[in-house]
Design a protein around this ligand. Structure first.
Ligand SMILES: *[C@@H]1O[C@H](CO)[C@@H](O)[C@H](O)[C@H]1NC(C)=O
Ligand SMILES: *[C@@H]1O[C@H](CO)[C@@H](O)[C@H](O)[C@H]1NC(C)=O
Ligand SMILES: *[C@@H]1O[C@H](CO)[C@@H](O)[C@H](O)[C@H]1NC(C)=O
Length: 467
């Protein structure tokens, strides 16, 4: 050790100029980067004043005392290496470290005190490792931690007190683990938590008071097997704004559980097994502005009063539900703030003009529905064919009758105009097809999708390199 120190003292003078072979160093920052150099140990000849060190994409398998002289570090990236554990005191000198990236290693264990010394650490990234558990106490040494990434590990249980030191934690990512139950008791100590990700686990149900985290604003539960939600599951989440429940096995909208989320702004229920949406399915969600119910292969019907509880909706996506053949009268027109509605790729054959909430709507997408082009869709054809509308709506193709199949609705209208008006088309001025009688004059232009014609001349030849 003494020899070491002498050698080090000697090197200190030269240190400014030192940079291990293959690394690139910036002595002004000071920082060093040795990414993808096939290193299997941490090089030693760094500027001891180093603030940022990037050792990602190497083959480093242990740390030991590698960082004892780098006590000024603020950011350290060791991701994509071969570490299998973090041992007591590995980072004991890094009292100024703010960000530690250990993702994409093969870490299976921590010895106690593994993070000792990291009193300033804000972000700890342990994504993509092989952690089977988190021993109680190992995170106690991280009083300033605000972001903890634990996604893509093998966690299935967290005992009470696992997070007891993390009173300032704001974001916890537990996606892609093996949880069958929400580790409710472990969350009790997270008194500041705002964002919790539990996506892609194996959750099957949510018990009463599953989330004891009053401060939570965003909760991600997508891609589990949740088919039942206790009506008190979200009882404590009085500040929740964003909830993702898509890709689960819900058979109905969990109305009672959701009704407690009085501050909810965004809700996704796509990719579930919901068959019908009943009256007032979203009651209590007066602050909801965005709702997504897409890719639900079983969804057949929506009650006319389904959205009565969320009259503040601005963005509604009900798309890719092939069994949904019509929308009930009044569903949309009762939503006076609705700005954008995406009804793409449902089973809709027609869409009555009276169902459009004209006063607020700015964007509407009805593409890829099996639309029957008859007089009932005349209004839509006119709308799409007109260059004068405040509504942005991509052009639509007819699915039936056979002779009109594939025809763009906008041209259907133009074709009729031409037939009616003869070769003088387009007439000048064009008789206003829109807005309908008595509606305010539009001031913005349609954004119908452009057609692209490929003529042989427009296809440029790309030179091919012979090998
Ligand atoms: C990770 O470690 C385990 C044993 O701890 C080993 O079986 C596995 O092969 C390792 N994986 C990689 C990618 O090194
Ligand atoms: C047009 O087709 C739709 C869907 O098949 C049908 O409901 C509607 O009654 C038809 N309208 C007319 C005027 O035939
Ligand atoms: C388009 O709008 C302008 C001004 O808003 C108006 O003068 C014109 O007549 C309109 N044309 C059609 C086809 O509605």
């Amino acid at each position: 050790m003494v020899v070491w120190w002498l050698a080090w003292a000697y090197l200190l003078d030269l240190a400014q100029a030192f940079c291990p072979p293959g690394c690139s160093c910036d002595d002004a920052a000071p920082s060093a980067s040795c990414v993808g150099m096939s290193l299997n140990v941490v090089p030693i000849l760094f500027n001891p004043g180093l603030c940022r060190l990037n050792l990602a994409h190497n083959s480093i398998s242990s740390i030991d005392e590698a960082f004892v002289f780098l006590d000024k570090l603020q950011e350290l990236d060791l991701s994509h290496n071969l570490l299998i554990s973090v041992r007591t005191g590995n980072f004991k000198m890094q009292s100024g470290l703010l960000e530690l990236r250990l993702a994409h290693n093969n870490i299976t264990s921590f010895t106690s005190g593994a993070f000792r010394g990291l009193v300033a650490l804000r972000t700890l990234d342990l994504n993509h490792n092989s952690l089977p558990d988190l021993p109680v106490g190992v995170l106690d040494d991280l009083p300033q931690l605000t972001v903890l990434h634990l996604a893509h590990n093998r966690l299935h249980i967290l005992t009470q007190r696992t997070f007891r030191g993390l009173r300032g934690l704001l974001l916890l990512d537990l996606c892609d683990n093996y949880f069958r139950h929400v580790p409710t008791t472990a969350f009790e100590d997270l008194t500041s938590l705002q964002t919790l990700h539990l996506c892609r686990n194996r959750l099957t149900r949510l018990d009463p008071l599953a989330f004891p985290t009053d401060t939570l604003t965003s909760l991600t539960l997508d891609t589990n097997n949740i088919d039942s939600l206790d009506k008190r599951a979200f009882l404590r989440l009085q500040q929740l704004q964003e909830l993702r429940l898509d890709c689960n096995t819900l058979h109905e909208v969990p109305t009672e559980a959701l009704s407690l989320l009085v501050t909810l702004d965004f809700l996704s229920l796509s990719r579930n097994k919901i068959k019908t949406i009943g009256p007032n399915a979203f009651r209590g969600l007066g602050r909801l502005s965005t709702l997504e119910i897409s890719r639900s292969p079983h969804l057949e019907s929506v009650h006319p009063e389904a959205l009565d509880g969320c009259r503040g909706l601005q963005t509604l996506t009900i798309s890719h539900n092939p069994l949904l053949r019509h929308l009930p009268a009044g569903l949309l027109t009762s939503l006076h703030s609705l700005r954008s509605v995406d009804l793409r790729a449902n089973g809709l054959q027609s869409f009555p003009e009276a169902e459009v909430p004209w006063s607020s709507l700015r964007k509407m997408d009805l593409r890829d529905n099996p639309l029957v082009c008859n007089c009932s869709l005349q209004w839509l054809a006119e709308l799409l064919g007109s260059s004068n509308t405040s509504l942005a709506a991509p052009d639509l193709q007819c699915a039936a009758p056979d002779k009109l199949q594939g025809l763009y609705l906008s041209r259907y209208w133009r074709r009729q105009q031409r037939a009616k008006l003869g070769s003088g088309w387009p007439p000048d001025p064009l008789g206003a097809p829109w807005p309908p009688q008595g509606r305010p004059l539009p001031n913005r232009h349609i954004m119908a999708e452009e057609y692209v014609y490929h003529t042989p001349a427009s296809i440029t030849k790309v030179p091919v390199t012979k090998v």
